[in-house]
Ligand binder design. Structure first.
Ligand code: FES
Ligand code: FES
Length: 165
């Protein structure tokens, strides 16, 4: 099996890995590193459960789907998963809002949904309801009906504007 040596930074921690060239980033995160907060849903880029944030430089991050990204192409990249959002035991405002607004039921979509919401707010700190719904378009939730998720993102936006965690 052909392998490639890569270095990945995940949630601030650097990992040196020897990955099969055909393995996805999701396989590496879950199966090689046991980072199971990144979820396997459809495995083909349709549900958003495997969303992670990729550092694109200058303090900016963009959501990518780990199930359709080859790990071998990620050498030198820096990634944030939902587990990397909290700081010193304090939840990120978006995580807290999801809990406070009961925007979680089974929780399977939640890590991806939270990361996508963080990226929406990093680009636009005061999104309208329509912009939130549009931003979350690729993330499927089977349980909540989305209304509480939208409310949670709005609540997080207000807290972040007020400088609260
Ligand atoms: S598991 Fe990646 S989009 Fe569904
Ligand atoms: S909370 Fe169950 S899929 Fe979203």
């Amino acid at each position: 099996m052909k392998k490639r040596a890569i270095t990945l930074t995940i949630n601030g921690e650097e990992y040196s890995l020897n990955v099969p060239v055909h393995h996805t980033l999701l396989q590496v995160l879950r199966d090689h590193l046991n980072l199971t907060d990144v979820k396997y849903g459809c495995g083909r880029g349709e549900c958003g459960a495997c969303t992670v944030l990729l550092d694109v430089g200058k303090g900016k991050r963009k959501p990518i789907l780990a199930c359709i990204a080859l790990a071998a192409t990620m050498d030198g990249k820096s990634i944030t998963t939902a587990a990397g959002l909290s700081k010193d035991g304090t939840l990120h405002p978006v995580q807290k809002a999801f809990v406070d607004e009961s925007a979680i039921q089974c929780g399977f979509c939640t890590p991806g949904m939270v990361l996508k919401s963080v990226s929406i707010l990093e680009k636009n700190s005061k999104p309208t309801e329509e912009e939130i719904r549009f931003g979350l378009e690729g993330n499927i939730c089977r349980c909540t009906g989305y209304a509480k998720i939208v409310t949670a993102v709005q609540a997080a936006s207000k807290k972040m504007a007020a400088g609260k965690r």
